[in-house]
Design a protein around this ligand. Sequence first.
Ligand code: GDP
Ligand code: MG
Length: 173
Amino acid sequence: MSEVHKIIMVGSGGVGKSAITLQFMYAEFVKDYEPTKADSYRKTNFDLDGAEIGIDILDTAGQEDYAAIRDNYYRSGDGFFCVFSLLEKMTFQETDNFRDQILRVHEDESVPFILVGNKCDLTEERVVSKADAESKAKSWNVPYLETSAKTKQNVDEAYKALLRLIIAKKNKE
Ligand code: GDP
Ligand code: MG
């Protein structure tokens, strides 16, 4: 059996965590996924750069009221897919809190992590600039990508970028 890598989806409510996950899993845009629902998914035999891997994705709902539950989720993760909405400044600022909480659990600045600005299809409504997002990602030393869960733009690429970080990290250990 191929090795399974565990990805945790984090980010404020409504940014598109579920829509991105479902695009990656089933190649469809699910518009009204229950906002309070957390769920997990598995992909087997995924081809990453010619190697077959397994992927577990935990799509969190932000309803993890008890810090202990949230920290258990975070502890179980190999890598973090941190999403904000390009249409909402607040969700961009809130990525700081997710990053802090993850680093508190993992105590390792090099924990595999990707910053993702979603809803890039809605260009007219965009309020977070690429420069601001890139500068935050640079200060964290993590990759940054812009996605659309609606058109699937960069969705597979974002997961692949994170998986490469996860595998590189495991190979070092
Ligand atoms: P979550 O709370 O982070 O899981 O967010 P959801 O995946 O439930 O998405 C919240 C809302 O934003 C839903 O109505 C989605 O249809 C919509 N949405 C999510 N991603 C995109 C996107 O990339 N483009 C557009 N136009 N809408 C999106
Ligand atoms: Mg959701």
